[in-house]
Every structure is written in structure tokens, then in C-alpha cells.
Design a protein around this ligand. Structure first.
Ligand SMILES: [Zn+2]
Length: 202
């Protein structure tokens, strides 16, 4: 008998490794997440609310949010990628063949433990609002073809779910449903989301 094979677990809505183990931050929470200077000031408060929405259901602090503070006008914002830093980025460049994608969260793991994760928001093809649906924010020169207006809080809430290790789920009113409709304020977790996140993070 080989003992190198870890025991499979039920998925609880989480991405699993080849052994069927849930991939998560395990005991490492809370993890530091830097809000990139590319995120417009008027959208930032939505990130704090989304973090709190997860944390309230998890019963623990999960995100240690900090804001990137560029020391000089000439300093460059950091970019997403494997830099040992978790970040949230508001990007006005997005792959032209992925224009329907609202956001993307990259999760890097080893074994069953997440090492790093980055949240990218597509600000090239979509515009966002914080609390006031009339005030849409878009990135610089965006032509915003798909841009009817999307809740930044709802999108960040969804991406934070991926950040924690959750995968897409289309039923139960889950915030992990693949697409966010325009002007949909999906800013509360569904029962299934709370159950799933608590299944892994206790
Ligand atoms: Zn997603």
C-alpha cells in the first residue's frame, strides 16, 4: 500500500487538486492583499465591504487589506503576476479575445495550499459603480462596448470567492455564478456560499 496518496475530500464548492483535496489558504488567514493604485478611489470602499461580507460568514478575518501608495508621481503601479504579493488590479488593458470576461482571479498553489492569488478586474470593456448606479467609472480611454454598468462590490465579492478557493456554481443564487448581470447588486452571500466557505474555513 502506498501512503503518498492523500485522502480525497468532498469539494464543498472548492477547486480541488489531483488528489481531490480542497485547495485553500488553510491556516494562513488572514492574508495580506494590496489594493493596487490602479483602483479608482471612488470604488475602493466596495472592496472593504466585499471582504467584510465574506468574513462575517466565515467568522474570521480573511483579508488584511492595504493600499498601494506610490511615493512619487513617476513610480509605476505594480502589476499582477507571481511576485509573492496578493493584489487587486483595475486594468485598462485586457486580452482582445477575452472581452466578455469581467474579472479573473489567478490562484497559485502547492499541494493543497494556496501560495498567492491576484484579482484582475477588466476595466477596459466594462464600467463599474460603487453605491450610486448613476455614477459609472471606467478606465482611462476605455470605449466600453459591453459597459452597461456593473456593481464593483458584486464583482469583487465573486472574485474574492475565487481568491479563497471557490469555483463557479450556477445554482442556489450563488455569488459564484459565472456572469454578473448589468446593474445586478449581488452583494449578499447565498446560503450555499456561506455553507461552502465554512466547510473549509472553520
Ligand atoms: Zn468567476
Amino acid at each position: 500500500m502506498s501512503s503518498c496518496q492523500p485522502k480525497a475530500e468532498s469539494d464543498c464548492g472548492f477547486v480541488q487538486n489531483v488528489y481531490g483535496q480542497r485547495i485553500s489558504w488553510k491556516q494562513k488567514l488572514p492574508v495580506a492583499v494590496q489594493i493596487s493604485s490602479t483602483v479608482p478611489i471612488k470604488l475602493k470602499s466596495a472592496i472593504y465591504r466585499a471582504a467584510l461580507t465574506w468574513e462575517k460568514k466565515m467568522g474570521q478575518k480573511a483579508f488584511e487589506l492595504t493600499e498601494e501608495n506610490l511615493q512619487q508621481n513617476t513610480a509605476q503601479s505594480s502589476l499582477p503576476g507571481r511576485d509573492k504579493k496578493n493584489g487587486i488590479y483595475f486594468l485598462n488593458n485586457w486580452e482582445s479575445d477575452k472581452k466578455s470576461e469581467q474579472g479573473r482571479t489567478s490562484v497559485y498553489w502547492a499541494g493543497d495550499e494556496i501560495q498567492e492569488a491576484d484579482i484582475r478586474i477588466n476595466a477596459a470593456d466594462f464600467s463599474y459603480y460603487n453605491e450610486n448606479q448613476q455614477q459609472l467609472t471606467t478606465a482611462g480611454n476605455a470605449t466600453v462596448k459591453n459597459s452597461a454598468g456593473y456593481s464593483f462590490e458584486a464583482l469583487v465579492l465573486h472574485e474574492m470567492g475565487h481568491f479563497l478557493g471557490l469555483k463557479h456554481r450556477e445554482d442556489g443564487g450563488s455569488v459564484m455564478a459565472t456572469y454578473l448581470a448589468a446593474f445586478s447588486n449581488r452583494t449578499e452571500l447565498a446560503g450555499v456560499d456561506s455553507e461552502n466557505v465554512r466547510c473549509e474555513y472553520k
